[in-house]
Design a protein around this ligand. Structure first.
Ligand code: ZN
Length: 177
């Protein structure tokens, strides 16, 4: 496995619409290696999600991190999704901080639907359908936005909360909604 180079804001690949993955591609060793490399890259940089365009691959593939456990037990489960589609469930929205490996050292508050239904193919090519809620729903929406060339800053109602990480740690990290 290898750690991939992450595109940063300003690289055109982050603004393009990614193409759908053909089901026949999924089982190829190259595709499976990309999935493994994306998982390793996400872990290396402490991300909670990673989309293929962030590693310069213009395909509809993303890794969604799902936080499990608390404190020392905390770990991130990874769910690779292919050709994902999201549908909001209900009308509830939530506002929370987001960051992005392509916008290093920045955080900003984004309002998004609080519950979504996710439909996709898994890395074996099987159909999956999941209802996601809270932070995991947010991660899924953030990653799938990348497949359409959308960054979290585009979703911010205003740039007033756009914050450097060290200022975030000083002023905002311990405030919970
Ligand atoms: Zn991102």
């Amino acid at each position: 496995m290898s750690i991939l180079k992450v595109a940063r804001m300003g690289h055109p690949v982050l603004r393009e619409r990614a193409r759908r993955v053909e089901p026949t591609e999924i089982k190829s060793p190259a595709f499976q290696k990309l999935v493994d490399d994306m998982i390793e890259t996400m872990r290396e940089y402490d991300g909670i999600g990673l989309a293929a365009p962030q590693v310069h691959e213009k395909i509809r593939l993303a890794i969604i991190g799902i936080e499990d456990g608390e404190g020392r037990e905390r770990h991130i489960r990874v769910l690779p999704v292919i050709n994902p589609e999201l549908t909001p469930i209900g009308r509830d929205t939530a506002e929370d901080w987001e960051g992005c490996l392509s916008l290093p050292n920045l955080r900003g508050r984004v309002v998004r639907p609080d519950r979504v239904q996710l439909r996709a193919l898994d890395r074996r090519g099987n159909r999956i359908e999941l209802d996601l809620e809270g932070y995991t729903a947010r991660v899924a929406q953030h990653e799938i936005d990348h497949l359409d060339g959308v960054l979290f800053i585009d979703r911010m109602k205003s740039l007033e909360t756009l914050t450097f990480m060290d200022e975030f740690a000083k002023h905002w990290a311990h405030q919970d909604d």
